[in-house]
Design a protein around this ligand. Sequence first.
Ligand code: FES
Length: 87
Amino acid sequence: AFELQLASSGRVIPVQAHQSALAALLAAGLDIPMSCEQGVCGTCLTGVRAGTPDHRDQYLTDEERAANDRFLPCCSRALSPRLVLEL
Ligand code: FES
């Protein structure tokens, strides 16, 4: 499990082991565009301000992955205890 923090409000949203980061954001009432939910389409792309994503998508390039400034919350998780998102 890890936490997401919204950069705009400071709100912290926990992500349980059994749920995706996207599911946690939607359950918290955020309106995140999505489509494939498999890390393929890129629709759910979300900016990351701090923390290290655990990229599990097939959409970003290796360079984009290494930059750690965006991730795909439908499938990717976190290597750090918290990700601060551009939301
Ligand atoms: Fe398609 Fe996340 S919804 S990559």
